[in-house]
Design a protein around this ligand. Structure first.
Ligand SMILES: Cc1cc2nc3c(=O)[nH]c(=O)nc-3n(C[C@H](O)[C@H](O)[C@H](O)COP(=O)(O)OP(=O)(O)OC[C@H]3O[C@@H](n4cnc5c(N)ncnc54)[C@H](O)[C@@H]3O)c2cc1C
Length: 349
């Protein structure tokens, strides 16, 4: 693994720490490599690792990461899950270096400067940010924090136990995940492409529809996966993954082999995908069928994998149940190396 230079120790005292360790293992197996040796569990994630030892009523935690930002993220993720698994039981969680109660280091304010439809169902919102450089490395995605209409935003803060403290009631923020479609460091601007999908009560899509110059939101990130480190990739997804696939295509080095499958409603949703790589691009059309119901992404991946070698990186972003079927297929039927895949549930029907 990577050289880790940022570390922290924590102690969680719980009513049933053994059960909590079991729950951590079964939850994190989807998101990391979980190794268990009796009372010691190691969670290895892309951004760092956590050693958690069960000692009587407590869990002794050692975190090590390659950056201060990764350390803060892994600590928050672990803290949130520990409290979730504790449920109604009391849990005391302390850290060797108590996190400073302050605005989150990964949070930046963004201000809308323009919005336009780039296809019938895709709206591009351009935002300005004082620190675009912050979002340029370390993941393609971010959490969009939408403040309630007419209220001054109250941004989340870190708590001493490592969890994030969110504003409540009339100041509660709405959070949705999006992709930085492109980042212009010189102009200090970012494009975000929003799918104008079907449904009711959809704060993310509605924010994009109503976005007007001067609107303020928060961007918490970057996070999630980045551009896969592979010379041959299969990239597949629906409209929600189009921004990420476009960015991966735009950022891969010359010579990378890309086989791309994009499921959209019809030809009017297609868009150019410039790339230095060698690209074989297939657009697949739902022709009016609802998104997440046609299984075209799953079929395309299964079909193309029949002639792909074991080193091919498989990347997909789509509706949750289709993503699960693809992940299950890769893991069980194909036996694909789990380090050579990234299958994301981008939304849920
Ligand atoms: C890592 C990651 C990156 C993402 N990047 C982007 C991005 O760049 N652009 C983007 O538009 N989305 C992206 N998404 C997907 C986006 O987060 C979801 O579509 C989200 O649910 C939209 O929130 P909402 O408030 O509009 O709708 P919600 O309030 O979440 O849902 C309201 C209703 O709409 C339905 N719905 C939600 N999304 C869709 C959809 N795509 N198609 C059909 N029905 C839907 C739901 O089933 C629900 O019934 C990303 C998701 C992830 C995990």
């Amino acid at each position: 693994m990577m050289a880790a230079s940022f570390t922290a120790s924590g102690v969680a005292i719980a009513v049933d720490s053994g059960r909590m360790l079991d729950e951590l293992c079964s939850h994190f197996v989807e998101h990391s490599t979980v190794k268990r040796d009796g009372d010691l569990v190691t969670l290895e994630m892309m951004i760092g690792k956590a050693d958690i030892r069960h000692e009587g009523p407590k869990l002794a935690i050692e975190l090590s990461c390659k950056s201060a930002r990764a350390l803060q993220n892994i600590r928050s993720v672990l803290a949130e899950h520990l409290f979730q698994f504790a449920g109604e039981d009391t849990l005391e969680l302390t850290w060797s270096d108590t996190p400073k109660a302050d605005r989150l280091p990964d949070l930046r304010e963004i201000r809308v400067i323009g919005a336009r439809n780039i296809s019938p169902h895709m709206r591009r919102v351009t935002v300005a940010c004082d620190d675009t450089e912050h979002f340029a490395h370390g993941g393609l995605h971010f959490r969009l924090l939408i403040p309630p209409k007419g209220r001054t935003p109250v941004w989340p803060k870190l708590r001493a136990d490592g969890r994030i403290e969110w504003a409540k009631d009339e100041d509660a923020l709405t959070v949705r995940i999006y992709t930085f479609r492109s980042i212009d460091l010189e102009r200090g601007e970012i494009d975000i492409d929003f799918v104008l999908h079907e449904g009711e009560n959809m704060p993310g899509a509605e924010w994009a529809v109503n976005a007007k110059p001067g609107d303020i939101a928060g961007a918490l990130g970057p996070g999630g996966g980045g551009v896969p480190d592979a010379t041959s990739m299969i990239l597949a997804g629906d409209e929600t993954a189009l921004p990420a696939i476009s960015r991966i295509a735009a950022e891969v080095p010359v010579g990378t082999q890309l086989r791309i499958f994009l499921e959209v409603d019809g030809p009017s949703e297609e868009s150019p995908l410039p790339s230095a790589g060698t690209m074989d691009l297939t657009w697949m059309h739902r022709n009016g069928a609802p998104a997440g119901t046609v299984g075209l992404i799953e079929s395309a991946i299964k079909g193309v994998l029949a002639n792909a070698d074991a080193d091919t990186f498989v990347w997909a972003g789509c509706e949750r149940s289709e993503a699960k079927r693809i992940r299950d297929f890769l893991k069980t039927e194909r036996g694909h190396d789990r380090h050579k895949m990234s299958i994301g549930a981008y939304w849920e029907r």
